[in-house]
Ligand binder design. Structure first.
Ligand code: K7E
Ligand code: CUA
Length: 651
């Protein structure tokens, strides 16, 4: 308690300068009493001080985290670890009206064209858009591992604008990652299947199944992936895992790690080894080294084939033209992460207690020198000793690596439940390529993410450990536990890395996250003009405008042009006939910040969120006769409960 008291005394003396003796004394006594009552240690108090945000104070960083099986993206402020927003991407999100208006329904249904309506996604890796290798705060991309889709979120309004379905893969894992100027969004498939989408017996796995990586061309002006300018590369049927783009010296190259070089096909039910054993027998798998610039030149020169209407560069072409190379990587590896200077590619061992740093220069030299080693598909294999710069003995179950501004790498250790800090090639002042310290986390960490950690100039300061298990951490809420996101202070060099905060995340399993400086984000507070369509990011020509509210019948279709303002809808009474098609346009004509209205229409499964200026259109067939009340579902004023109307459907 002495130490605690001395910290508090220290604090009090700072306060004394501004407030005077009496108040400082009160603080000392009260704070010491609280600390003693709650049994807080010195480091507890420091942690509390470092994360506490007084009401009205804003966070320094914003973390965009995947929402895992919820199909969402989570927005979290740092260092307070306050949840700021949940963004609906692959799943309907009624709070945002995401998936209830016509435009959003169309976006959300992307990929649902084979007769099954997709209503969820498994988001893994968010990627902030970059300019010259730095996050620019404009867009966010996120993959859906379950269905091989990529979502595009516009950070002017934090809403999903596009979902593209991969036409030559049915699941993905190596996405989303961006190249340093966001020209390309990378999406690597995971479990190999016949890319044509047709049936092939698993006995023909080696010949008829393929691996895949897709490069989606991003059009920044339009804020959309350009489907027709995108292409995929066929890969051998190993299971490609995680990817990263080169930067600075390695710009133009892409790195993908893989598992299952055994090309094991399972069959536990027939007495064979399960996948977990059969797919991890080899000492080495293959780091895929891809010359993306060259691949895109070949595609531009017409060397791609068409599979399911999509451009695919055949494996033979990549092999013959020097687009694809392999380097051995130990053993069933997981993350691949390029250092901020672009010089090294760090692969975490997973089943090997090491991280391996490959030198981009050595890779180039080895490619120039040539190799006679090939895999069964004719892909050149560079010799391990030719391309490796260093191997760091890191600990058990290394998965993912991040970087800071002090010359350290950080690697998550799943089996050890720890984050290791280690020195890169020397700028930290420590002996190069050695572990400096480890901090325990609770428990079983997957990804870690550092402030601006995937850029050419990371910030250091904070690191978040995204833990898989939260046993013992929180009040029991039943057998499905929350996830645990732990904030670490990594601002000090050497052995000090303090866990500051545990944030329970009761919303599926966040895999990866990226942290951007808050001042790089510049979203709108209200939509720029009244009648704004968030999908087109422009005034909608069919929006309902103030003064033009009306109901018009055109045969069996009834058009409604409605405005919403505190605290009324106009019109309030709508009469239609059973069987009519109702096309309902509604605009929130408020201009004040946070003056949101909702439009909930029970029985027809509609709930919109209308932010100031926003226009939405939805439609339905009025196939249920009766009297329905619609109402504003956002508490907008003292007379919010009066903000309602009647929809009457007569026989
Ligand atoms: Cu390691 Cu899907 Cu990035 Cu999870 S993945 S941990
Ligand atoms: Cu408008 Cu409540």
């Amino acid at each position: 308690m002495k130490v605690v008291r001395s910290i508090i005394l220290g604090l009090a003396s700072i306060l004394l300068l501004s407030t005077g003796l009496a108040q400082a004394q009160i603080l000392t006594d009260e704070a010491a009493a609280v600390a003693s009552e709650r049994g807080l240690s010195e480091s507890d108090i420091l942690a509390a001080l470092k994360t506490y945000m007084p009401s009205g104070e804003l966070d320094d960083y914003v973390m965009f985290s995947s929402g895992g099986q919820s199909g969402q993206v989570l927005v979290i402020g740092l260092p307070s670890m306050r949840l700021l927003k949940v963004i609906g991407v692959f799943s309907p999100e009624s709070w945002q009206g995401w998936g209830y208006g016509t435009d959003a329904q169309e976006i959300l249904a992307s990929g649902s064209d084979n007769g099954v309506e997709l209503t969820w996604g498994d988001t893994h890796h968010p990627a902030l858009s970059e300019t010259a290798g730095d996050y620019d705060g404009q867009y966010l991309f996120i993959n859906d591992k379950a269905n091989a889709r990529v979502g595009v979120i516009d950070l002017r309004d934090f809403e999903t604008k596009q979902i593209v379905k991969n036409p030559v893969a049915n699941n993905d894992h190596g996405g989303a990652y961006v190249t340093p100027d966001t020209e390309w969004v990378i999406e690597g498939a995971q479990y190999s299947v016949p890319t044509s989408g047709t049936y092939a017996s698993i006995d023909e796995y080696n010949e008829e199944y393929q691996g895949m990586v897709t490069f989606w061309k991003f059009n920044r002006e339009q804020g959309r992936i350009d489907y027709d300018a995108s292409f995929a590369m066929e890969l051998p049927p190993y299971w490609q895992d995680i990817a990263d783009a080169g930067k600075l010296v390695s710009d133009g190259w892409v790195f993908l790690n893989s598992i299952n070089s055994e090309r094991y096909t399972g069959g536990f039910e027939e007495g064979k080894s399960p996948f977990e054993v059969g797919a991890s027998q080899n000492e080495f798998d293959y780091l895929h080294i891809i010359n993306l610039d060259k691949a895109s030149e070949l595609v531009a020169a017409g060397r791609a084939e068409t599979v399911n209407g999509f451009k695919v560069l055949p494996l033979e072409t990549s092999a013959a033209e020097g687009v694809l190379f392999f380097a051995p990587e130990p053993k069933s590896p997981h993350g691949v992460d390029v250092t901020p200077d672009g010089k090294f590619i760090v692969v975490a061992g997973k089943l090997s207690p090491t991280v391996t740093a490959y030198s981009f220069q050595k890779i180039q030299d080895a490619i120039a020198k040539g190799t006679s080693e090939q895999d069964p598909y004719g892909i050149p294999i560079l010799a391990f000793e030719d391309v490796v710069e260093a191997q760091v003995e890191i600990g058990l179950g290394p998965l993912h690596t991040q970087f800071d501004n002090q010359g350290y790498g950080y690697t998550s250790l799943f089996l050890e439940s720890a984050v290791a800090r280690w020195s890169l090639d020397g700028s930290s002042g420590e002996e190069p390529w050695t572990v400096v310290t480890k901090t325990p986390v609770n428990y079983n960490v997957g990804h870690i993410t550092a402030a601006e950690g995937d850029t050419v100039s990371p910030d250091g300061n904070y690191l978040v450990s995204l833990n898989k298990w939260s046993v013992d951490r929180f009040v029991n809420v039943g057998p499905l536990l929350p996830q645990d996101l732990q904030l670490l202070d990594i601002s000090k060099s050497g052995e000090q890395m303090q866990v500051l905060y545990d944030m329970p995340m009761g919303l599926a399993e966040p895999h990866y996250a990226q942290i951007i400086k808050a001042d790089k984000l510049n979203p709108w507070q209200v939509y720029p003009e009244t009648g704004w369509n968030p999908t087109t990011q422009a005034v909608d020509p069919i929006a309902a405008m103030p003064g033009e509210e009306r109901i018009e019948r055109d045969g069996d279709t009834v058009h409604i042009w409605m405005t919403a303002v505190r605290s009324r809808f106009n019109p309030e009474r709508i009469e239609v006939k059973k069987g009519d098609r109702v096309v309902w346009h509604v605009t929130n004509i408020e201009r004040a910040v946070d003056n949101v209205h909702g439009l909930a229409l029970p029985d027809y499964n509609i709930n919109l969120s209308l932010e100031p200026g926003e226009a939405q259109t939805f439609e339905f067939i009025a196939d249920k006769e009766g009297v329905f009340t619609y109402y504003c579902s956002e508490f907008c004023s003292a007379l919010h409960l009066e903000m309602a109307g009647y929809l009457m459907v007569s026989p």
